[in-house]
Design a protein around this ligand. Sequence first.
Ligand code: GLU
Length: 468
Amino acid sequence: MTVVTRFAPSPTGFLHIGGARTALFNLLFARHHGGRYLLRVEDTDKKRSTMEAIDAIYDALTWLGLEWDGEPVSQSAKRDRHAEVAQQLLDTGHAYKCYTSPYKLKEMRDQQKAAGLPTRYDGRWRDRDPADAPAGVDPVIRLKAPQEGETVVNDLVQGQVTVANAQLDDMILLRSDGSPTYMLSVVVDDHDMEITHVIRGDDHLTNAFRQIQLFNAMDWTPPTFGHVPLIHGPDGAKLSKRHGALGAEAYRDMGFLPEAMRNYLLRLGWGHGDDEIISDEQAIEWFDGTSLGKSPARFDTEKLTALNAHYLKSADPQRLIDLMAGDLETATGAAVDEETTQRLSAGMAGLAERAKTLSDLKESAALYVRPRPLTLDDKANKILSNSGRAVLAAAHNVLAELEPWTAGALEEWARNYAEGHGLKLREVAQPLRAAITGTTVSPPIFEVMAIFGCSESLARITDVTVTT
Ligand code: GLU
């Protein structure tokens, strides 16, 4: 059997972080088994499913590296097929037409409520002679669900879950306007797409019973289900906008890397021993549908940030430069050209060491792009207005002779110079930092000066020491 999974979002807004995790789990499970992972856009709610929302899902999945196999399937395009299956169920006696008016349904429910009973369709048209059909009323089509026995879900996560069939009423498959319901569409599509495994949020567990009944009525094999607990916020309540839960793309805008997101989402509800850092290859090797947690995982931005910091350090410098170039150019008004690119790649390790997000990195990386003469920030100005300028003026001539121009040699010179002048090392380093970067915070200044090279460093020193 080839494993086929799917991610089936309803495009009614951005891609929720829980949806991203569902997509990831389905992708990993399929890859683990050498199978296929498909995308089905559940766009039957035409009012809410905008093209914009669909594009946002494609974009977010692509950014997260969760691209699907083949063409995405549009559920709404399968409407005729769904209706055809409803007709087949009618033909085989597994479904029937129900003419109960909305008014009568409400009356039925009110009575059930008054009697303290669960509100369920009472099957009044189930065995009625179709000749009783009232004229001019378009019926709905309902599943003739089994009334005895039980329906069992052998769930990858929840284990064996059973419901008495008497608790499930005859659900609607086709509405009176001929449109298919969600239950019918999902089952038909999962069958037609040859889906073997469905991993999704446990808010769909109760749907699984009804869906299995429908699979059985069609004599189709249901997929294996895995219902994962929903993600919770730090306070233990279901993650929602109230917690500041955002669409997946918002994390991109905040400077998270897709590999950090994947690693983090993977660990939300799944584990492999104590492993925290898990590569894509390891995830594929290990994600076999076991070790899925039964209790809800809590979203922890700090953990995500820590993972992001890890992935920033190991990312290819050129990739980071490409990711930041546009914003760096906007922020500095200068081009990320060959020279600045060289500086950025030489300085990337030192910058990434101190950054937690790509946004942090952009902020600090601007130092290698910003052209001279620099506008000094207030703190840098303050350092230079004290004894700083004097240190720099004295240093300038000595530095001009320094060889080799390396971070080690620069630091050694600074130490000697400080010692010889009764200064602390930082009293030499800070004026240099102010002159070279225009700020008081940067990676180690001698490393930065080594990257700028002798003449650029001296020019920057001159910029702040020579007054015109
Ligand atoms: N479209 C449903 C949702 O977004 C998922 C249906 C399913 O996975 O079966 O919640």
